[in-house]
Design a protein around this ligand. Structure first.
Ligand code: UGY
Ligand code: MN
Length: 211
């Protein structure tokens, strides 16, 4: 099988069209005021240092959540490819979020009533968090049972595999490296094809009144 000899998620950074990567020693700036940040490593590694000088090395498949106004710097040691989500934090009285560093493989599988895909969530399902990142796995032939419609938006990166994404009345063949943005209330459905597992990473806004 093509994936067995290649590093995890290699297809994301070796797509048909040339992707952009962080160069060696590249450094991030801070996000704007009140903006939270989530970083997931797809290729290479990145060194995260906080204001007290504490560093953690983020390897492929690991991630960090950085609360709004959390001072940090991020440096790519070699070339690296990161997925970065940023949004203006929807604050709630008496709630704060804290920095999180984790990796997908350490997150437990969650119940998915009525569905067959495997689900992990990278952030706590707690009220202070105004979004979550889901990692969803489908075996070839698996599909979403529910044709979903919901107020939440999604940002999706296909990490492994291939299949068909239905958005409204359009049907898209998709493969590792492809990205989808789903607006609120867009009917959505996925079926996994091919011979290898599909894994995708999915941003979802949660825990806030959408009105
Ligand atoms: O949680 C979700 O909304 C997820 N099941 N949606 C999706 O995969 N398009
Ligand atoms: Mn959905």
């Amino acid at each position: 099988r093509e994936t067995s000899s290649k590093p995890m998620y290699w297809k994301v950074t070796n797509p048909t069209l040339s992707p952009s990567h962080l160069q060696e020693n590249a450094r991030s700036a801070l996000p704007p005021h009140d903006v939270e940040r989530f970083i997931f490593v797809v290729q290479g590694s990145a060194m995260l240092t906080n204001a007290s000088g504490v560093s953690s090395k983020l390897m492929v498949d690991s991630y960090t959540y950085l609360p709004p106004n959390f001072e940090h710097s991020l440096r790519a040691e070699g070339s690296a490819t990161l997925v970065v989500f940023e949004r203006r934090y929807a604050s709630l009285e008496n709630h704060i979020t804290e920095q999180i560093v984790g990796s997908t493989d350490k997150q437990p599988l969650l119940e998915t009533p009525g569905e067959v895909f495997q689900l992990r969530k990278l952030l706590p399902q707690a009220v202070p968090f105004d979004f979550n990142i889901h990692i969803m796995d489908f075996q070839p032939g698996d599909f979403l049972n529910v044709k979903e419609v919901h107020y939440n938006q999604h940002g999706l990166l296909l990490l492994e595999g291939q299949g068909i994404y239905r958005l409204g009345d359009s049907w898209y063949p998709v493969q590792a490296g492809d990205v989808i943005w789903m607006a609120p209330f867009v009917p959505q459905w996925y079926a996994a094809l091919g011979k290898t597992r599909t894994r995708y990473l999915l941003y979802k806004d949660v825990n806030r009144n959408p009105l």
